[in-house]
Design a protein around this ligand. Structure first.
Ligand code: SAM
Ligand code: SF4
Length: 531
């Protein structure tokens, strides 16, 4: 790539959606920075504006549509500006998006993100005049055939190179980092757009994952979160590794459930197969300086005791599981194609409580799935009371184009009913969360410090604006920090910003349903934690 063309161009890159998108943004950004692009926080002054998008719910897409409209107006005065849509919306809507919004100059799906620099470069090299005034966009999409996954054994998976060429820059993290272990998904839950937008499930070679974690820790990262749509299905057969130009290629995920219903390790695992439990153990044991290892998200189907045992035996793997249940009704779970029953889910919760009594759990729930009755809703409420999650992410069903559910089922639950059911479950969850959080009052617990709290940031912004009256006496001198416990509970406390990225002991003196409030325990505890 010709670097002289790309220098002096500034990029504004905004991310919508899940942690997977946050990581994608970091990787794309690293790639572009290494090519000389500068990044700006102001879209008004940027030469290139990129939105990394999410399609999971309509609401997430609407936010991007409103940005696209805004940029359309901006481009009338600034025709040189390039607008790029990357991620799931680009893949889902494809070329239609450009027909409807000709201000978009480039589109790139999540399976093609290694091509973003090429697309931008192409666009910069051949501006509108050279294109004869025709606004044809630069496009890299997988299409419905999921080319990459179909040809993994025949062609190099260049997306793997995006992860492998990750920029290891201590300034780009604050002690924690995401590492991808699987991409895509092939579970085809009927409501979900992810298998269409991110393609089929592929697993990265364990050596690549361990190596990436090692490098991050060498650069000062203390906490790593492994990412995948169904991390517990991680499965890599090292006897069947294909290596192209020194790069171990990812492997296609299994269609069969590895250990359905047994709670035990997979019967299909043979020597040379690395399971999720093996991978966790390797990362923990081979990287002693890694303070915390987390993972999201697990599919409640096929969560074996082998994984629970590995966590139990290894103190630096966090006692936190995100287990999205989606519904407490077997009838709805079946319509959703989740592949487990409420009884199997409860069995998993019981096993977690047996192996890891101090673990905190969280879940995702969809209310108002087609045909959901009040009885189904009551069953979900009962399940919430049984499981005692520390928090639940509750979503109103949103019909998504390209999914089985939108074709097969009418969206027959009114928005008002969805809202009411959402609030009912939130109220129950709030009581449970309060109880869980209050149980920590009086305890001293290790907290990994992540950032300055939003309250402090806001207070400082307001202090800089003389027109705003502020509640705090000396906002500049008080720094409220936020961090997380091993079980992923949010903790806020006053402290010095230099604590960000390290673990300190905090004594909890107050609790709300979502947050613990505390103060720093004796400094000697803090330093022993980070020795
Ligand atoms: N892979 C994870 C799993 O299997 O649970 C979840 C990934 S999904 C991107 C994140 C959450 O979004 C889901 O757990 C689900 O609750 C929610 N979600 C997905 N599709 C949705 C839809 N069409 N309407 C409402 N919520 C949805
Ligand atoms: Fe979507 Fe289901 Fe895959 Fe999760 S497991 S990403 S909900 S299809």
């Amino acid at each position: 790539m010709n670097q002289t063309l790309t220098n002096n161009k500034s990029i504004y890159l905004e991310t919508f959606g899940c942690q997977m998108n946050v990581l994608d943004t970091q990787l794309v950004k690293g790639q572009l920075q290494s090519l000389g692009y500068a990044f700006t926080d102001s879209w008004q002054s940027a030469d290139v504006i990129i939105y990394n998008t999410c399609s999971v719910r309509e609401h997430a897409e609407n936010k991007v549509w409103s940005r696209v409209g805004e940029i359309g107006i901006h481009k009338k005065q600034n025709p040189h500006v390039i607008l790029g849509i990357i991620g799931c919306m680009a893949e889902r809507d494809g070329k239609d998006m450009i027909r409807k919004h000709p201000q978009i100059d480039l589109l790139c799906g999540p399976g093609e993100l290694d091509k973003v620099p090429m697309l931008i470069d192409n666009r910069l090299k051949t501006d509108l005049e050279e294109r004869g005034g025709v606004r044809n966009a630069d496009i890299a999409l997988q299409g419905n055939t999921h080319r990459r996954t179909a040809t993994l054994s025949a062609a190099q998976d260049t997306l793997e190179m995006l992860d492998l060429s990750r920029a290891f820059d201590p300034d780009t993290h604050e002690g924690s980092a995401y590492v991808r272990i699987t991409r895509g998904c092939n579970k085809f839950c009927t409501y979900c757009v992810v298998p269409n937008t991110r393609g089929g499930e592929v697993h990265r070679h364990p050596d690549h994952i361990v190596e990436e974690c090692k490098k991050l820790v060498e650069q000062g990262v203390k906490e790593i979160t492994l990412l995948g749509q169904t991390v517990n299905h991680y499965h890599y057969d090292t006897n069947a590794t294909i290596t192209i130009e020194g790069v171990h290629q990812p492997q296609i995920g299994q269609i069969l459930s590895p250990n359905r219903g047994t709670g035990g390790p997979s019967p299909v695992f043979s020597d040379g197969v690395v399971s999720f439990a093996d991978l966790l153990a390797r990362i923990h044991d081979e990287i002693p300086n890694l303070q915390r290892l987390r993972f999201i998200t697990s599919l409640p189907r096929d969560f074996g005791n082998d994984i629970l045992q590995v966590i139990k035996d290894r103190p630096r793997i966090c006692r936190y599981l995100h287990l999205p249940v989606q519904s407490g009704s077997n009838r709805i779970l079946k319509l959703m194609n989740r592949g487990y029953t409420v009884e199997e889910f409860k069995d998993l919760i019981d096993r977690v409580r047996e192996y890891l009594p101090d673990a905190e759990l969280a879940t995702d729930i969809i209310v108002g799935f087609p045909t959901e009755t009040e009885e189904d809703q009551q069953q979900t409420a009962e399940l919430l009371r049984y499981c005692k999650f520390k928090n639940s992410f509750i979503f109103k069903y949103s019909p998504r184009p390209g999914t089985v559910a939108i074709d097969r089922f009418e969206d027959d639950i009114s928005n008002d009913t969805k809202k009411r059911r959402n609030n009912e479950l939130l109220n129950i969850q709030s009581e449970i969360s309060k109880e869980i959080h209050e149980a920590y009052v009086g305890k001293t617990i290790p907290v990994f410090v992540e950032a300055i709290s939003r309250k402090t940031i806001k207070a400082r912004e307001n202090a800089a604006d003389p027109a705003v009256t502020i509640g705090w006496e000396k906002p500049q001198e008080i720094t409220q920090l936020t961090g997380r416990t091993d079980g992923d509970l949010i903790v806020v406390f006053d402290g010095d910003a230099s604590l960000i990225g390290i673990t300190v002991d905090i004594t909890i003196d107050q609790a709300s349903p979502l947050t613990l409030f505390g103060s720093q325990a004796a400094a000697v505890n803090a330093s022993s934690n980070n020795a």
